[in-house]
Ligand binder design. Structure first.
Ligand code: SPV
Ligand code: MN
Length: 633
């Protein structure tokens, strides 16, 4: 045994070696031996479930300068390099075997070529560094949802983040299911004087679906490096497709009706489109903000949060709009801030409501107002994609019982929302599951934000907010959703929401807190407390119900004029959207099932008819009178 794993054991201290031996898993040792031999760290430290092992990693992150302590106890800051501030889509690729076709929207590279390239980059990449081995769980450990993963990384910051975000699973690993575990190999590569990855031009995130290994090199940004987050999501989507469940880019939350019921919703929104702020709204409960697994159990759809923490965007987080997050971010406890501005041990971020400091330290080093980057562009004091990493249990509104429930919670509704200035209404309900999957989830589009590299404000297609993480052709992914509920006793309702609708002058038509009203309406629909009327794109709320909810929930007057502006159906824009979708999904490489194309075509025909008889924009008062009986049905 010792001989076979010679490199690995030689680099371990006594405790780490024992931990590996006691695991009794040759598959784990074989994997670690291979990549330790390749990456050549100076030493290897194993994180078990023992709290002392995470204490060590926290300490190392500070000793190595990957994190710096801040004024408040337990708070630290981590800076990623100036060119390493978001997920790198371009250099994130699936390794595909010859003849394998994942469709046009997925970024791929030949498996042999990709493996050779990334292994070359990883060769000796950990020299002079300590490597950390973590055994972690996705979802509550020991549950029907659990998957397990091993992470090898040379970054104590990555290891620390992973611990805040995921559950330790060393013990669970001993009895993990035979189909294996996900494996992640990460090296920040050579570091510069600020401890940042020096060779970001050679940043690579390569996903090997065959062996369920993800390689990540020359990067530190958590979205590229924390294996269990978006790297595991890609592997999980593939497994879910094989096994008939769903791995989704979705929050999980508890919503209360006015009548006192509590129902659970999942929700998918592309990055920076209101996902975290929805599941954090006042009066409701968060279970998770980013990734959910959904399975069929006892004839119902149930879901768990894959994570136990939040890696959230820290922009426009202020005491008035986000009192609960604000409290965690300003009280003692474990918090990692990243890419904020730090002045005298105090972190600042965009939209925090405080006076903007004139100088401090940020992701560019010493920062002063007016500082420019190498392209002559002014460097903001805090990055718009700055983040905080916290445990969910530190939030007062966390439904921690649901978070730890091994059987998950029953999902009553699924919400899809994008950043859409001119097409969807603020809230609407699909006619049924298939209609919702196809015309809402699979048709999700969003105007781009700072969460990924590239231009901002461009409309991008993003089915189920999961496009960046899809590891199967989009049509097959949609088909898996359609089939998922077949034969179930109870099927969740699907809603579409849009918080970013604007009028013709570019003015937002809804307020920041209106989502609280939409949630109450959706919860009421689940319970059958509100009726709704049919339109060409789904069911819309009645004015009278929203008026009562606005008064009750927000103490706000809601006029017929507000309602008409928000719930007028933009027929032409919706039709354009369906045409865009038909073009994408009709591509043979998308492998779209005929039933989905048929739903799109039907919606197109209804919208065309309405366009010809009612015009480009139709008031909800006209729709509720005319649509069902007279016009387009
Ligand atoms: C997102 O961008 O969707 C995130 C952050 O949740 S990241 O980890 O970068 O994916
Ligand atoms: Mn996300």
């Amino acid at each position: 045994m010792v001989e076979r794993y010679e490199n690995l054991f030689r680099l371990c201290d006594e405790r780490s070696r024992k931990a590996l031996e006691n695991l009794g898993r040759e598959d784990v040792l074989t994997f670690l031996e291979e990549y330790v031999s390749l990456c050549q760290p100076d030493s290897v430290f194993v994180r078990t479930d023992d709290p002392e092992t995470i204490e060590y990693i926290r300490r190392r992150a500070i000793e190595l300068g990957e994190e710096k302590p801040l004024k408040i106890e337990g708070h630290t800051v981590h800076f990623d390099g100036i060119k390493d501030q978001a997920r790198d889509k371009e250099n994130t690729r699936f390794l595909v075997e010859e003849g394998e076709d994942l469709g046009v929207s997925l970024n791929t590279i030949d498996r042999k070529q990709g493996l050779a390239e990334v292994k070359d980059l990883l060769k000796g990449a950990m020299k002079g560094k300590e490597a950390y081995v973590l055994f972690m769980g996705l979802g509550p450990v020991d549950s029907p949802f659990s998957l397990y993963a091993v992470q090898l990384t040379d970054s104590a910051y990555v290891a620390h983040s992973e611990d805040i975000l995921y559950r330790p699973a060393y013990e669970a690993f001993k009895k993990a299911r035979p189909e294996g575990f996900f494996r992640f190999v990460h090296s920040a590569g050579e570091l510069d004087e600020r401890n940042n990855s020096k060779n970001v031009d050679r940043r690579r995130i390569y996903i090997d679906l065959k062996d369920e290994i993800v390689y990540s090199v020359n990067t530190q940004y958590a979205g590229n490096t924390v294996g269990l987050k978006k790297l595991a999501l890609r592997l999980a989507i593939r497994r879910a497709d094989r096994e008939g469940w769903l791995a989704e880019h979705m929050f999980l939350m508890g919503v209360h009706t006015r009548e006192g019921d509590k129902v659970y919703f999942t929700g998918a929104f592309p990055s920076a489109c209101g996902k975290t702020s929805t599941c954090m709204v006042e009066g409701e409960n968060i279970v998770g903000d980013d990734i959910s697994y959904l399975r069929r159990l006892n004839g119902r759809v149930r879901a768990v949060n894959v994570e136990r923490g939040i890696f959230g965007i820290i922009r426009d987080v202020n005491p008035k709009d986000d009192p609960l997050i604000w409290k965690v971010l300003t009280s003692p406890g474990e918090v990692i801030f990243s890419n904020v501005l730090v002045v005298d041990g105090i972190p600042y971020w965009q939209g925090d409501g405080r006076e903007i400091p004139k100088r401090g330290e940020n992701f560019s080093g010493e920062w002063y107002k007016g500082k420019k980057d190498e392209d002559g562009k002014e460097i903001p004091y805090a990055h718009p994609n700055a983040r905080y990493t916290i445990r969910l249990s530190s939030l007062e509104n966390c439904d921690c019982r649901a978070l730890e429930a091994r059987e998950g919670v029953e999902v009553s509704a699924v919400i899809y929302g994008g950043r859409d200035s001119d097409t969807w209404v603020p809230v609407f309900q699909s006619f049924d599951w298939v209609h919702g999957v196809v015309t809402i989830g699979a048709a999700l589009e969003s105007e781009t934000t700072a969460a990924t590299l590239g231009a901002v404000g461009v409309r991008k297609f993003n089915p189920m907010a999961n496009l960046d993480f899809l590891s199967i052709p989009i049509g097959r992914y949609v088909e898996n959703h359609i089939k998922f509920v077949e034969g179930l006793k109870k099927v969740p309702i699907i809603f579409g929401v849009n918080y970013f609708q604007r009028d013709e002058n570019g003015k937002f038509l809804t307020g920041m807190h209106d989502k609280r009203v939409w949630l109450k309406w959706m919860a009421g629909r689940v319970k059958g407390y509100f009726s709704a009327f049919a339109t060409p794109i789904g069911y819309f709320p009645y004015y009278e119900d929203l008026k009562v909810l606005f008064a009750e929930v927000l103490g706000k007057e809601y006029t017929k004029k507000d309602y008409e502006a928000q719930f007028s159906l933009r027929v032409k824009n919706n039709l354009d959207k369906i045409n865009r979708m038909l073009e994408i999904y009709s591509d043979p490489s998308a492998k779209t099932p005929e039933v989905a194309l048929e739903v799109f075509r039907r919606q197109k025909a209804i919208l065309e008819k309405m366009l010809s008889c009612q015009g480009e924009v139709v008031s909800p008062f006209v729709l509720m009178e005319k649509f069902a009986p007279n016009c387009c049905k």
